[in-house]
Design a protein around this ligand. Structure first.
Ligand code: FAD
Length: 408
């Protein structure tokens, strides 16, 4: 359909690397690009490069299941994700790029009286602290909204109700990467693709340059936003171990169907681990658990296909004859308490953005916003004070199990 179209202009430039930048951001995923955009747009930093070893959005940015929500309830995370959701609500406007943010409701199924009580507690906290759209639905309300779930009382995990966030939903992940890239480029940020960081040059306790596949680039400040590759970069910088493990997370899309599901549905509280929504093209987009072993391989495997298909069948048996179109894997950076790091590091001009677990897509705008603020001002904003590497020493882990009260 596009073959007759000609003369498309570039969305961003393809410059040669300069020998020096004031800020070098390693990683051209969502968080690196958002950081570059807010550094330039909010803080007026001029001389910035984003270094990406492959193509923009080729990592988790283009591999996730695009769920956006703010129903985290630990202090710190709650405010962070609510700030992110508010930025999402204006993002297409801010970037002048349609990121297709669709606030279609996030429905977490509840399968026991205990789960209903726990969800009611969490969602009451959300309502009282600035997230007014958190609701608990009884079974009758849920059945009216999503009539074709498996409501059999004899099922393995009978559905008894749901915890719902109505402003939550999905967005188009590629568009988010491209929108931030175009916005950053317009502010003069150099986006350097096929530019892998292969070494870090230090002068004492600071970084002086990065060694890349396109030559040496000197830097005033260096920021890591490389998700599942964080430990590799950390080692290059000559630093010790991080409280992060890299795991594979797989996702799936079916052949396109007529409209079937208007919401994001999550089967996770006291049941299996499964989440599903329908894309604008009609494909059912879904995923499940981690692979539960550490790996840098971005490829899927059959045990997770089986596990996820079983979970799908147990709540949406109508999917039984649907064909799977594609299946892939990304590389997620799992932290020990399920919460991220946005912080300074032992090196004076090196900054860390990592530990997004299952959930860094929804965090993108706030992550970029706060990380840019940290880099520009060389001190953590009050709201991200506890997202540092020393919180474990202080006994301050922010325990969200990687995903907040809902596992996705
Ligand atoms: P990435 O896109 O991975 O960016 C990091 C970039 O760094 C990559 O492009 C990589 O090539 C580059 N890089 C690495 N090493 C180097 C180097 N040495 N030199 C230069 N560049 C380098 N989150 C949600 O909120 N909702 C979801 O529904 C959701 N679903 C998910 C489903 C799956 C299958 C996966 C894998 C993840 C999901 N996530 C979800 C998590 C989310 O995608 C990630 O947390 C988030 O994308 C991570 O940030 P990023 O986009 O910056 O990472």
């Amino acid at each position: 359909g596009l073959t007759g179209q000609k003369g498309w202009s570039r969305q961003w430039r393809d410059p040669e690397p300069k020998p020096h930048y004031d800020v070098v951001i390693v990683g051209g995923g969502l968080h690196g690009l958002a950081t570059a955009y807010y550094l330039a747009a909010n803080h007026g930093v001029k001389n910035i490069a984003v270094l990406e070893k492959g193509w923009l959005g080729g990592g988790n940015a283009g591999r996730n299941t695009t769920i956006v929500r703010s129903n985290y309830f630990r202090p710190g995370n709650r405010e962070f994700y609510e700030h992110s959701l508010k930025l999402w609500e204006n993002l297409s406007h801010e970037l002048n790029y349609n990121v297709m943010f669709s606030q279609r409701s996030h429905i977490s199924l509840l399968h026991s009286p205990g789960a209903i009580d726990a969800a009611a507690r969490n969602y009451n906290i959300l309502r009282r602290t600035g997230t007014p759209d958190a609701e608990i639905w009884d079974l009758a309300t849920l059945k009216r909204a999503v009539p074709h779930l498996n409501y059999s009382p004899t099922s393995r995990f009978p559905i008894m109700g749901a915890a719902v966030q109505k402003r939550a939903g999905t967005a188009r992940h590629d568009a988010v990467a491209w929108g931030y890239a175009r916005g950053a480029d317009k502010h003069g940020v150099d986006i350097l693709q096929q530019c892998e960081v292969q070494g870090i040059t230090r002068e004492g306790d600071s970084v002086s340059a990065v060694e890349t596949s396109r030559g040496t680039i000197r830097a005033g400040k260096v920021a890591f936003a490389v998700a599942g590759n964080t430990s590799r970069l950390w080692t290059m910088a000559g630093l010790g171990k991080l409280p992060i493990e890299s795991h594979k997370l797989q996702a799936f899309v079916s052949e396109p169907l007529k409209p079937l599901l208007d919401q994001v549905v999550v089967f996770g509280i006291g049941g299996a681990h499964f989440y599903i929504s329908q894309s604008d093209k009609g494909g059912m987009v879904f995923g499940g658990d981690l692979d539960w072993y550490k790996s840098y391989a971005q490829r899927g495997n059959l045990p997770i296909v089986q596990d996820t298909a079983e979970a799908a069948m147990s709540i949406l048996p109508c999917l039984g004859r649907v064909k799977l179109l594609r299946h892939w894997s990304g590389l997620v950076d799992m932290s020990m308490d399920g919460t991220h790091f946005l912080c300074k590091t032992p090196l004076s001009n090196l900054y860390l953005n990592a530990g997004w677990n299952y959930g860094g897509f929804k965090a993108t705008p706030a992550s970029g916003w706060y990380f840019a603020d940290l880099i520009a001002n060389d001190r953590p904003h009050e709201k991200i004070r506890n997202f540092d590497l020393k919180r474990f020493e202080r006994g301050l882990q922010i325990d969200e199990r990687g995903a907040g009260p809902d596992p996705k």
